[in-house]
Design a protein around this ligand. Structure first.
Ligand code: GDP
Length: 440
């Protein structure tokens, strides 16, 4: 995952500090320097990093902290809060209302994932009962309309565009008018991205914005953008009234820190992230659970929401009971794997658990893991020794190496599973309180 390395580095710095016998100025400075280095290496803008360090030092004044204060806790909390502050501009984005027509304009550079994201955004709302529509006001890139048309048709979302008309403003106005008449409540305008920032792009965006008067302008940014992110985001903000950010390609391995800078540059919140090329690989973005997951502190409330969403009601108590016991058998693992897979990419699901590192379950490995678990289903791993593995291999016509690999898979998942031991089982409505406890 993007930023996974950053999360890992920060968690390690905090852990090292926790291992120190006493926390003095030197230990604190070492920890902060390590965090600073990690942020800079991830391409977070220098000024943001410096401000963060200064703020933490101001909050954590070791001399002032009376004995008995848990210094580690205070430092960890300060790091958590400062990261949240970078990602939270303090004012929410305009929220369109279902049933009332809103115009949402998408801007961003070509290749950032703008057109894909327009459709994902429309599809997300359509599933929630909205009536979205897509307007292609990109007359610059050949094939832009075809791409939007293809995506929209697949998702059964009405669209508007033209192969002949070369004036993006005219198309945007016509499209918005048509869909207002058709009582669509979310009219999404995709604009041209060109290939780099240039005066003509900004002028065109400004004109489309002036003519369609969008309720919200969303800036789409590729997570792999580096140090240039801040200036680029700011340039967009200066031309049109950017009110929200969507960061795409969060499923990749980019350093991702530039994306954090985009929030600071536009003073607008991230509202969604793109986590894949498919239509439903799109997630609502919440600052605190995200930072919590980034630092390996988990997001139990998100995890519980997922369980309530995908596991059939009658199976929920049993699953939650088993999770809380941390009692892990291959049979449970196999049975529940079906349910867990429904929750989403498994690495993402498990990253909601405290202490989880996304390296434990790389994306794309889930099917493989499931198949391996199925093969091991009837074995009791505690009783597994060399001769038993040999027998299993012979009996199933496999190499001993395959059986050993399956055992490794089991151990890896068992490690994840064991983190759930002692998990309190919240009822709906109790979830946020639980999350607060876990994150405290
Ligand atoms: P545009 O030029 O900004 O409109 O970009 P496109 O929507 O055409 O996307 C450019 C490429 O990025 C396409 O190949 C998309 O499938 C891909 N893409 C968009 N969003 C994501 C994402 O969240 N994850 C991944 N892996 N690929 C994405």
């Amino acid at each position: 995952m993007v930023l996974a390395q950053l999360g890992g580095s920060i968690s390690r710095a905090l852990q090292q500090m926790s291992n120190a016998t006493i926390i003095d100025e030197k230990v604190l400075n070492d920890c902060l320097n390590e965090i600073t280095r990690a942020l800079l290496q991830s391409d977070v803008q220098f000024k943001l990093v410096r401000d963060m360090q200064t703020n933490i030092k101001k909050i954590v004044n070791l001399d002032d902290l009376a004995a008995g204060h848990n210094k580690r806790r205070i430092i960890q909390q300060a790091v958590f809060n400062e990261l949240c502050k970078i990602l939270d501009p303090g004012k929410p984005a305009f929220a369109p209302k279902k049933g009332k027509a809103s115009v949402v304009m998408f801007v961003g550079l070509q290749g950032s994932g703008k057109t894909t994201t327009c459709t994902k955004y429309a599809f997300y709302h359509q599933k929630k009962g909205w009536k979205p529509a897509l307007v292609c006001a990109d007359t610059f890139r050949a094939g832009a309309f075809d791409q939007l048309k293809q995506n929209a048709t697949k998702a059964k979302i009405p669209f508007y565009g033209s192969y002949m008309e070369s004036d993006p403003v005219k198309i945007a106005v016509e499209g918005v008018d048509r869909f207002r008449k058709e009582n669509c409540d979310l009219i999404i305008v995709d604009t041209s991205g060109r290939h780099k920032q240039e005066a003509a792009l900004f002028e065109e965006m400004r004109q489309v914005s002036e003519a369609t008067k969008p309720d919200l302008v969303i800036f789409v940014m590729d997570s792999s953008i580096g140090q240039a992110a801040f200036d680029q985001a700011q340039a967009f903000k200066q031309s049109v009234a950017v009110g929200a950010v969507i960061i795409t390609k969060m499923d990749g391995h980019a350093k991702g820190g530039g994306a954090l800078s985009a929030v600071a540059a536009t003073k607008s919140p991230v509202i969604f992230i793109g986590t894949g090329e498919h239509m439903d690989e799109f997630e609502v973005f919440d600052v605190k659970p995200f930072v919590s997951r980034l630092l390996g502190m988990g997001d139990i409330s998100g995890f519980m929401d997922k369980i309530h969403e995908v596991v059939p009601m009658d199976q929920q108590p049993e699953l939650l009971q088993k999770l809380s016991e941390g009692n892990f058998t291959l049979r449970i693992m196999y049975e529940q794997f079906q349910n867990i897979l429904k929750m989403g990419p498994i690495g993402q699901v498990f990253s909601m658990l405290p202490g989880f590192s996304s390296e434990l379950m790389p994306k794309g490995r889930e099917k493989e893991s499931q198949a391996k678990i199925k093969q091991l289903d009837s074995s009791n791993p505690k009783l597994m020794n060399d001769s038993r593995m040999m027998r299993i291999a012979r009996g199933s016509g496999r190499q001993i190496r395959d059986v050993m690999e399956m055992m490794e898979e089991y151990k890896r998942l068992a490690k994840i599973w064991s983190k759930m031991k002692g998990l309190k089982i919240p009822k709906k409505g109790e979830m946020s309180a639980l999350s607060r406890n876990m994150n405290a």
